[in-house]
Ligand binder design. Structure first.
Ligand SMILES: C[S@@+](CC[C@H](N)C(=O)[O-])C[C@H]1O[C@@H](n2cnc3c(N)ncnc32)[C@H](O)[C@@H]1O
Length: 236
């Protein structure tokens, strides 16, 4: 079973949205499991302190290396599925991509550390080989929402979660392209009709139109993705 172990000072935030919809049903079916681990449980003092002032001064607080190391070591010692990657959600990290999500979904799960305050003591990042993963170039107030996003993206790719109705093969980022535009009834909405080809019943033409639209949108909206596909020209 794919397992996400999340180390956080807010375990009560979980499962949150992961308990609903596709992810929630998949969890009930036993396709994946979630452990929300309270970091404060690994603080040795009676105040359950997890942070301290930054060395060198400056604003805010830094999460303590020793407390985090104890939590990570405890997860590792109980880990039946050893070898799960240990990820620190961090705006300094490598931006998460669908490719990375797919490879994480193929593994045994993840151990995720959620930062808070000014972040995490650098020594535990090095000492416990934490891989820093970012959700994007903006700053959240904590790693929990980032962890939920990562888990959600992985869980929907697990076998048996999406079913026939959701095909990952045609979604955005499959084949390095954004997804083509989607339509459904009514046939005309506020004067805009569904493109003729989509109601033609000609499957080959529909497929060609979708491919061309995906290419056109990718070239227009995400030149970075488009540039990564050398030799491609936008469809008409
Ligand atoms: C307020 S942020 C700390 C930001 C840090 N001082 C910096 O400038 O890089 C607190 C925590 O939120 C999480 N976080 C914030 N932005 C994130 C992002 N874009 N991706 C992943 N995690 C993020 C991280 O776990 C981080 O340690």
């Amino acid at each position: 079973m794919w397992r996400a172990s999340v180390i956080t000072i807010f375990p009560e935030m979980f499962p949150g949205p992961l308990g609903l919809s596709l992810a929630g049903k998949a969890q009930q079916k036993g396709i994946w499991a979630l452990d929300a681990i309270d970091l404060r449980g690994y603080a040795p003092d009676k105040h359950r302190t997890v942070d301290d002032t930054p060395a060198g001064g400056g604003p805010g607080m830094v999460m303590k290396a020793d407390v985090i190391a104890r939590a990570i070591d405890a997860v590792a010692s109980q880990d039946v599925s050893s070898g799960r990657p240990r990820l620190l959600m961090s705006p300094r990290g490598v931006p998460l991509t669908q490719g990375r999500v797919a490879s994480l979904a193929q593994g045994q799960g993840v151990v995720l550390l959620c930062g808070r305050f000014e972040g995490v003591d650098e020594r535990v990042i090095k000492g416990r080989n934490l891989e820093e993963v970012s959700l994007g170039d903006y700053v959240l107030s904590g790693g929990e929402i980032a962890a939920m996003a990562l888990i959600d993206a992985c869980v929907r790719l697990l076998p048996g979660v999406m079913g026939k109705e959701g095909s990952a093969a045609e979604e955005s980022f499959a084949d390095g392209l954004l997804e083509y535009p989607q339509y459904t009834r009514p046939q005309v909405f506020e004067g805009q009709a569904i493109p003729e080809v989509l109601v033609s019943g000609d499957h080959a033409k529909v497929a060609a139109w979708r491919r061309a639209e995906a290419e056109r949108m990718t070239a227009a909206r995400r030149p970075d993705l488009w540039a990564a596909r050398p030799g491609q020209k936008p469809g008409k």
